[in-house]
Design a protein around this ligand. Structure first.
Ligand code: URA
Length: 192
C-alpha cells in the first residue's frame, strides 16, 4: 500500500511482474490530474503509447479527446486516464488474464490514492474486469453501476468507434450521460 503517488510511480515504472515488461519500450503509467474525481480505464498501450509513454495518443486517443472535449473534460486538467495493463501487449493482442492479474495491483493503488467518484471503462477488457465478467458493451454501455461506493460505467472503446462508425452517436449519448452524472455527484470537475 502506498501513501502517495511518487513512490507508487517509481516502483511501477520498473515493474517486471509479467512478461510484457520485457517487450515494452515505455511503461504507460497514466496521465492527468491525480486529484480528479473521474478516472477512465482503457485496455492497454498500443504502438504509439508504447513509444511515447502516455495513454491514448494514437488515432483512438485523438478520437477519445474529441469526446472528452464535447463534455468539457481535458486529460491535462480534470480527469485521469489509465489502462488495465501498463505495458503494450505484442501485436496489440488482448492482455492475458494473468497479465491483468499482476497489473491490476498497480491500478488498484492508483484508484485507492485517487478515490474517484466515477470510473469509466473504455471497452470490453476493462469493463469485464472492473464492472462484471459478463459485461456486454453493446447492451450495457452508458449504464451506471455502483461498486464499493464508486460509480462505474462502460462505453465503447474509441478504437472500436473507428471501426464501427455507427456506434458513434451511442458513444456520444454515453458521454452526455457521464456529463449529467458528473454534475450530480462531483464537486470539483466542472468548477474551474
Ligand atoms: N487503447 C487503449 O486501450 N489504451 C491506450 O492507451 C491506447 C489505445
Amino acid at each position: 500500500m502506498y501513501g502517495s503517488w511518487e513512490p507508487l510511480k517509481k516502483d511501477c515504472m520498473s515493474c517486471m511482474r509479467c512478461p510484457l515488461g520485457e517487450t515494452r519500450t515505455n511503461l504507460v503509467f497514466g496521465v492527468g490530474n491525480e486529484n480528479a474525481e473521474v478516472m477512465f480505464v482503457g485496455e492497454g498501450p498500443g504502438e504509439q503509447e508504447d513509444l511515447k509513454g502516455e495513454p491514448f495518443v494514437g488515432r483512438a486517443g485523438q478520437l477519445l479527446d474529441k469526446y472528452l472535449d464535447a463534455i468539457d473534460l481535458d486529460r491535462n486538467k480534470n480527469i485521469y486516464i489509465a489502462n488495465m495493463v501498463k505495458c503494450r501487449p505484442p501485436q496489440n493482442r488482448d492482455p492475458k488474464p494473468e497479465e491483468q492479474d499482476e497489473c491490476i495491483k498497480w491500478l488498484r493503488e492508483q484508484v485507492r490514492l485517487m478515490r474517484p467518484k466515477i470510473i469509466v471503462c473504455l471497452g470490453r477488457i476493462s469493463a469485464q474486469r472492473l464492472i462484471s465478467p459478463d459485461f456486454r458493451v453493446t447492451q450495457e454501455h452508458g449504464v451506471f453501476f455502483e461498486k464499493n461506493g464508486t460509480l462505474m460505467m462502460g462505453t465503447f472503446h474509441p478504437a472500436s468507434l473507428l471501426r464501427n462508425q455507427s456506434q458513434k452517436p451511442l458513444a456520444l449519448e454515453d458521454f452526455l450521460k457521464l456529463r449529467d452524472k458528473i454534475r450530480e455527484v462531483c464537486e470539483r470537475t466542472y468548477e474551474d
